[in-house]
Design a protein around this ligand. Sequence first.
Ligand code: PSV
Ligand code: MN
Length: 399
Amino acid sequence: MTAGTSKDAAGGGPRSQAAVKAALTAQAVETPSWAYANSGTRFKVFAQPGVPRTPFEKVDDAAQVHAYTGVAPSVALHIPWDRVDDYGALAAHAHERGLRIGTVNSNVFQDDDYRLGSVTNPDPAVRRKAVRHLLDCVDVMEETGSRDLKLWFADGTNYPGQDDLRTRQDRLAEALHTVYDRLGEDHRMLLEYKLFEPAFYATDVPDWGTAYVHCLRLGPKARVVVDTGHHAPGTNIEFIVATLLREGKLGGFDFNSRFYADDDLMAGAADPFQLFRIMYEVVRGGGFTPDVAFMLDQCHNIEAKIPAVVRSVMNVQEATAKALLVDPEALDAAQRGGDVLAANAVLMDAFSTDVRPLLAEMRTEAGLDPDPVAAYLRSGRQERMAKERAGGEQAGWGA
Ligand code: PSV
Ligand code: MN
């Protein structure tokens, strides 16, 4: 199938090219401030020339991604990595560059007193400190005009018996309630789960089910966020997505790619088919609404950062385009008829479609270069930044 042969989904048949383009144009992919900073593994953080030194410069880099793709209008912050004296000024800086500040990611995992956890720590003083930080993040949201607070906890235990699993859930619920009560009218709380790391025996929010029950108890402003790197190998992530969408509890994604663990590689790089299957469930479940945030959560340790973020955004677009090309009517007919091969073929036809010409055309129509990576590299900005950002301390993990 070529991208040009699709029909319209509204009436039950395949979507028209125009409908696919309209949906793709409306899609927004949020990029993470930390993707522009130096990063690495626990073995080595590799410094790159021209890396931002301040949150303001990270915003400048995020603005480049938006300028070349046209679909990355917001940048997520990580507090305290992006701590500034004046968040209003940071938001204004973003606006001047056609961007807005997106999700505020809290960080309660880098202080010595979080050794035994943050909000689930056995020491009430540490728990209070962690909750205070989360409340500070809500203040930041107010100053930046952000909607979403993303919560990820490194909390957990390394050894059986180290702490009481149930009591830790109670502490978690209490902290979440305190923060939930502080949320503004239009704020949301996105709870992220992770099966493993840095705790190895038991993570306090290990899976979507745990995140879901907490969010359910909290109320409508609490939703689950699915980080694609946070599952056991072989997990059917699209099933989780379908389930959360059915329940109205999918808050968004942290997209990235993995081969083995939380590798944080470019979204769609390791397993584009998985990304397609996830996006298909988003389309199928009516997830193309502002209620579902499409965010990247990745780092670029050995490759140039801005082109890598651009490539990741394009990978999300390609997976989305293919998902939009699935013919719902043909699929439904094959499924109802029990025609296993035909049903699978409908999905595979869409996945096998080369959507790059469609996306290139769409960019040209929007006044963008059809090849965003090449256009960015041609601009010479990368080399300019390497010279201009020569002094000072480069941002990196913990900065
Ligand atoms: C944890 O692995 C995570 O996915 C959380 O979203 C953090 O905020 C992010 O990575 C950056 O460390
Ligand atoms: Mn994440």
